[in-house]
Design a protein around this ligand. Sequence first.
Ligand SMILES: Cc1cc2nc3c(=O)[nH]c(=O)nc-3n(C[C@H](O)[C@H](O)[C@H](O)COP(=O)(O)O)c2cc1C
Length: 425
Amino acid sequence: MRILLGVSGGIAAYKAVLLLRLLREQGHAVRVIPTRAALEFVGAPTFEALSGEPVSTEVFDDVPGVQHVALGQHADLVIVAPATADLMARAAAGLADDLLTTTLLAARCPVVLAPAMHTEMWDHPATRANVATLRERGVHVIEPASGRLTGKDTGPGRLPDPEEIAREALSLVDPALVEQSLVEPVETPAAAATENLDLAGRRVVVSAGGTREAIDPVRFIGNRSSGRQGVALAQAAAARGAVVTLVAANLAADVTDQVLTGPRPCSVVQVESTAELREAVRAAGAEADVVVMAAAVADFRPAATPDAKIKKVPGQGPAPIQLVENPDILAELAHERLRADQVVVGFAAETGDATGSVLDHGRAKARRKGADLIAVNAVGSGRGFGTESNEVTILDGAGDVVGLASGTKREVADALWDAVAKLLP
Ligand SMILES: Cc1cc2nc3c(=O)[nH]c(=O)nc-3n(C[C@H](O)[C@H](O)[C@H](O)COP(=O)(O)O)c2cc1C
């Protein structure tokens, strides 16, 4: 199915990324049309990378393609999530001042709006009147969920979960599609009874793999991380009942297969560079109870990346590559706390050297980063990276040992979740 995903400028715009991912995983072609304000919350490259299609906000961006009508005319379904108060006001008034509103006027397929805003804005008579007008015209406006909003307040106005939006929207086009694509894995009562579901209802974000920093269009600076430990963490959390988003940076091919064929679904956001990983983790982390940074993130990136491949000139040595420092994503997450009560966990892949042991370096990192837990593991000489087993020492933020785990990466993952579960409110 050809789906247009409109995204307007609300705090819940990050959830559109998860909805996009979900729809793409179900095999739909999705073109994202954000408003200018939406791009203040989520960058166009995220939508472009995940949809595989260009992103524009303006009617003048591709004039020969007559996008302002063509997109709407050829769509099977339009979903706007989140739909802001402003977007609904413009749609109700029939305004056509950007690509999304012109598309809404041109579309003749089912149109679904998923509003999200503070309760006061949702309850305002102007918004109520706009919603009523849109519904009268046949637009399907999903009721917002009740719950925690931006800041400390709660009430109606929350964007429903991406799974619910997809289910409700797809059912308007063809109810059979929902049955085929959104079936949950069936559990036998016996299996459920023996399971540990201590993370049920928790949202967790796990980053896995290793980032790549482009030197030019064909070369990059990378690292040896396969993503195996991060994927084991994501799968262990999902098995314990959590709703998991895996931010996957260049996983080894067999590890990718493992994610896609695992028994419990995780939302997967693929990223390549540290900048992309940072954006994806922060987007998904805004609502997460736990963020685990298991990915090996590059500390440095080339200062400049030319558009063309750097040529080898015979007789001339290589030009030096100047590096600049990347943001420290773990320290940022630990110090900012995207959500109150959020538990932030980091990994320290260390080698011992003349200045200290693996644990000394891990302790220093624990104190420096400000995370709640740091899992320290020795890497190099066949240990840690790419292997099936691992051995970690779990430190708290002060650098004190709170646990030891060794065995398969899944066993290590479960030991780490045991330590995390103790910190959850
Ligand atoms: C941090 C922040 C969060 C916002 N969240 C929402 C929101 O959840 N819902 C909403 O209707 N407007 C929200 N707004 C206001 C919209 O961004 C603003 O009305 C904007 O003009 C919407 O433009 P658009 O409808 O073209 O996307 C928010 C603004 C800011 C700065």
